[in-house]
Design a protein around this ligand. Structure first.
Ligand code: FAD
Length: 391
């Protein structure tokens, strides 16, 4: 029987939300344990596009909802963290692009008018031309308008590695999780048979929250999954591009991010509308064909004859919302000792941690448990998804 442990905060799930929270808590003197059942970041986090949104994408609806409001401060907070002067020291995390771009390929004036008219837009937007254009768009054939957004793009594997460093000895690989009760009261969890008592338990297991809630006999908070069918391609001819390409509708037609592969080539990762409903319905081969047509029409000067292609099906996990709307903020629900949530975006991990810290402060939870831990089995770091799919 493994040794019983006690900690201040027991976190389940080592994606960006759990790892960011863990680092913030440790910084404030809390003893923590973070349990990961597979690999750190390997759920949605390393499959994300790594964009630290400032809300610009949501302003495409014309009238900005709370979405942009909640998220408007995130680029600043992340920039400070990356500079080593923010709430966490993320100096050394690889910044892929200091800006994300909004790219209007044709005459979509109406769409852009409502975008720029939006008073709630807090991010600065400047039009760029010529040599300021993203390298992949610097071609005589390029027509259209490009705006620079105050949003960053991060190399998520390096972010996860840094957050894992900040976790020190608090990480535990564990699969089988059961409730640990004192009478009716939940006092901790049993992880692979090991009793772990805690003042607070946080479920930040992404899509895994549902299974954990079921195991604890709870039906709330309800979760929704939003399926995506992403496309990636690798070719020696690719140059970096970080942009939302506008279509006629409220969502970007395609969102392109670029990621360095271990062999020195660039990988383009395609999300946005192409990865949503119609894309989800397509089989992988048809999804690749759709992406090839899209890129051939938008960027005909890019030679893709040597490209390797793959698709990735992945669900976003979020709190349930009517009509599968995007939630506006990080979400956290608390019921006694148990806190359950979803950041809803990588960019909102700081907001998720803030909500947990506010809940602890409200309940008067102070650092208390002994911080020394035995040697624990440590979960591995997830590999970049393109290294798996485009070797
Ligand atoms: P996850 O990263 O899913 O982590 C949950 C972890 O919990 C996993 O490691 C999993 O193995 C573990 N786990 C599950 N069950 C258990 C269990 N029973 N016990 C222990 N551990 C368990 N957001 C942005 O801000 N910008 C973007 O550009 C962006 N692009 C995206 C692109 C895609 C294709 C997707 C799918 C999402 C994107 N997002 C983006 C959203 C963002 O990725 C997620 O909101 C964020 O990563 C969620 O983090 P998380 O830590 O809650 O979940």
């Amino acid at each position: 029987m493994p040794q019983a442990l006690s900690t201040d905060v027991l976190i389940i799930g080592g994606g960006v939300a759990g790892l960011w929270l863990n680092a913030r808590l440790r910084q404030q003197g809390f003893a923590t344990l973070l349990v990961e059942s597979a690999s750190l970041g390997g759920g949605q986090s390393v499959k994300s596009q790594g964009i630290i949104h400032g809300g610009a994408k949501y302003a495409l609806h014309g009238a900005l909802t709370g979405s942009a409001e909640a998220i408007g401060d995130m680029p600043r907070r992340w920039r400070e963290a990356l500079a080593g002067t923010g709430e966490l020291d993320l100096a050394g995390v690889r910044l892929l692009s200091d800006a994300h771009y909004l790219w209007s390929p044709g005459t979509l004036a109406g769409n852009l008018t409502s975008f720029f008219a939006s008073k709630a837009m807090r991010t600065r937007v400047d039009q760029v031309k010529g040599e300021q254009l993203p390298p992949a768009l610097q071609d005589p054939q390029f027509k259209g308008k490009v705006y620079r957004l105050n949003e960053l793009v991060l190399d998520v594997p390096s972010l996860i590695a840094r957050l894992a460093d900040l976790a020190g000895d608090s990480l535990l690989a564990g699969q089988h999780i059961e409730a640990l009760r004192d009478g009716e009261e939940l006092v901790g969890l049993r992880v692979d048979g090991r009793e772990i008592r805690a003042q607070r338990i946080v479920l930040s297991a992404g899509a895994g929250n549902q299974v954990l809630l079921d195991a604890l006999g709870l039906s709330q908070p309800a979760q929704q999954r939003r399926p995506l069918h992403m496309v990636m391609l690798k070719a020696p001819t690719l140059k970096p591009l970080y942009a939302h390409c506008l279509g006629g509708g409220p969502k970007p037609r395609v969102t392109v991010t670029s990621h360095p592969a271990a062999d020195g080539q660039w990988v383009w990762y395609l999300g946005g509308d192409i990865a949503e409903a119609d894309g989800v319905a397509r089989e992988p081969a048809a999804q690749i064909t759709a992406a090839q047509k899209e890129l051939a029409s938008l960027l005909p000067w890019v030679d893709l004859s040597q490209a390797q292609w793959a698709t990735l099906r992945v669900d976003r996990a979020e709190p349930a919302q009517s009509g599968l709307l995007r939630p506006d903020n990080a979400f956290l629900a608390d019921q006694g000792r148990l806190l359950v949530g979803w950041p809803t975006k990588l960019a909102l991990a700081p907001d998720f941690a803030e909500r947990v810290l506010a809940s602890l402060a409200r309940d008067g939870i102070q650092p208390g448990a002994a911080a020394t831990l035995p040697d624990l089995p440590r979960p591995p770091l997830a590999r970049a998804v393109w290294e798996e799919l485009l070797p």
